[in-house]
Design a protein around this ligand. Structure first.
Ligand SMILES: Nc1nc2c(ncn2[C@@H]2O[C@H](COP(=O)(O)OP(=O)(O)OP(=O)(O)O)[C@@H](O)[C@H]2O)c(=O)[nH]1
Ligand SMILES: [Zn+2]
Length: 219
């Protein structure tokens, strides 16, 4: 996927400069998103719910929401492949697993947050090439900052790792709580949705898959 309004490298640099501990901070990619249009829409929403968008506390709200959305959806303008450009030769042929990567995204059905953890493991390919551990967290970030469903987010991470790193196998597990199930609708808080995507030898070989899963979700 190419960035539409800005070159992918520019946007990635922009985001990378604002990533602290794998999370975006500071000003977002404002120039790549139609802030004025969001502002207009948010003002309409405030009127529609019976609020007065001109009262003191709400005057700046449409502009704030527009900036917040630019941050929350910044991943739409980043080519995820650019995250995995650095790889190292390590001759490591065993499982590499990063557990408990913080995930925050917005469900595409209600635009309400879902959050939890991602666990990402891979077995390097015959060339033994590995990637920087932080790149796995950056990958989560790029795909999470889009309107999402948890299933797609899980699959996108796994497929991109397979494509860019050519590993023997990949396992991605996400455990998240969805605010659209907690704050509204069925109103069940605490329910966790677990999704997984398994590729390559980890998909084919039940024993190595079970070993990886045991490390991801210890009993
Ligand atoms: N599979 C999946 N479903 C999701 C995700 N996020 C939200 N949902 C669900 O999307 C569904 C949308 O269902 P609809 O019946 O169209 O919308 P709704 O009337 O607001 O549904 P309720 O939440 O049941 O009130 C709901 O069941 C949500 O729980 C996700 O990441 N994956
Ligand atoms: Zn939802």
């Amino acid at each position: 996927m190419a960035a539409s309004a800005t070159e992918p490298d520019d946007v990635l640099d922009y985001i990378a400069a604002r990533l602290v501990n794998g999370r975006l901070t500071g000003r977002p990619v404002e120039d790549a998103i139609d802030l004025a249009r969001i502002e207009k829409a948010v003002r309409e929403i405030l009127i529609a719910v019976g609020e007065n968008p001109d009262r003191d506390g709400l005057q700046q709200t449409p502009a704030r929401v527009a900036r917040a959305y630019a941050e929350l959806f910044a991943g739409l303008r980043v080519d995820p492949a650019t995250v995995l450009t650095t790889t190292f030769e390590a001759n490591h042929e065993e499982l590499v697993l990063v557990r408990d990567i913080d995930v925050m995204s917005l469900c595409e059905h209600h635009l309400l947050p879902f959050r939890g953890s991602a666990h990402i493991g891979y077995i390097p390919g015959p060339d033994g090439r590995i990637t920087g551990l932080s790149k796995l967290a950056r990958l989560v970030e790029v795909f999470a900052r889009r309107p999402q469903v948890q299933e797609r987010l899980t699959v996108q991470i796994a497929d991109l790792l397979m494509e860019r790193l050519s590993p023997r196998g990949v396992v991605v597990v996400l455990e998240c709580e969805h605010m659209c199930m907690a704050m509204r609708g069925i109103q069940k808080s605490g329910a966790k949705t677990i999704t997984s995507a398994v590729r390559g030898t980890l998909q084919r070989d039940a024993k190595s898959r079970a070993e990886a899963m045991a490390l991801i979700i210890p009993r």
